[in-house]
Ligand binder design. Structure first.
Ligand SMILES: C[S@@+](CC[C@H](N)C(=O)[O-])C[C@H]1O[C@@H](n2cnc3c(N)ncnc32)[C@H](O)[C@@H]1O
Length: 199
């Protein structure tokens, strides 16, 4: 049951807001200088350490599927360049919060620097733990975005979902929407994509 006090659980189509956020938060600013000239290409681009900034059409598909409500508490697993963390921050607005987690220390630093260039103080990029996936928080996250592919649905992240919540993640080559309604977990497949592995 949706808690009426947590209006940010309400699901709504935010495709137009996703498009606006992607226009405003220029991908170029999140890329290493040698990739700037390619920022407009609809393809994944290298950000160092064998990792990539995801293809814009894939990011748009994931964010539309996630249906991020204003005021939500969001977790961004695989923050990389910080771009998806910034996009989520724009979607949740100042009443929400976004924690971006990145496993690669250099990228976590770079992502945090890139994010700091924007007035989005309710979001941060931090170093992920090598011992555990995500970062549990009281009450759970309203939305979880995962930008690296898992071999199976990670129970650790399902456990970090709030009672009414959504997670979008790749599992092997398929993008999945996971919806939590209390004790019920529903999953639906949403097309084929290629991602770097979740480690
Ligand atoms: C497709 S890339 C990053 C895309 C990123 N969202 C962006 O906007 O640039 C996926 C990232 O997930 C990171 N990653 C892999 N396993 C992870 C884990 N367990 N926790 C956090 N980050 C992880 C990789 O280091 C990589 O930077």
């Amino acid at each position: 049951m949706i808690d009426p006090d947590r209006v940010h659980n309400v699901v709504a189509d935010r495709s137009n807001d996703v498009a606006a956020a992607m226009t405003e938060l220029d991908r170029r600013v999140f890329l290493p200088p040698e990739q700037h000239a390619r920022a407009a290409e609809n393809r994944p681009l290298p950000i160092g350490h064998g990792q990539t900034n995801s293809q814009p059409s894939t990011v748009a598909a994931m964010l539309c599927l996630l249906q991020v409500p204003i005021g939500a508490r969001a977790l961004d697993v695989g923050a990389g360049s910080g771009w998806t963390t910034a996009l989520l921050a724009r979607l949740v607005g100042p009443d929400g919060s976004v924690l971006g987690l990145e496993l690669e220390p250099d990228l976590a630093e770079q992502g945090a620097r890139n994010l700091a260039a924007w007035p989005l103080p309710w979001a941060s990029v931090e170093l992920a733990s090598r011992q555990s996936l995500g970062r549990p928080v009281g009450g759970g996250y309203d939305r979880i975005l995962v930008s690296a592919t898992a071999q199976e649905l990670p129970g650790e992240l399902v456990d970090q979902l709030a009672p009414e919540s959504r997670m979008v993640l790749p599992i092997r080559h398929t993008l999945w929407l996971v919806e939590r309604h209390g004790d019920e977990i529903e999953r639906s497949p949403h097309g084929s994509y290629l991602f770097v592995p979740l480690r």
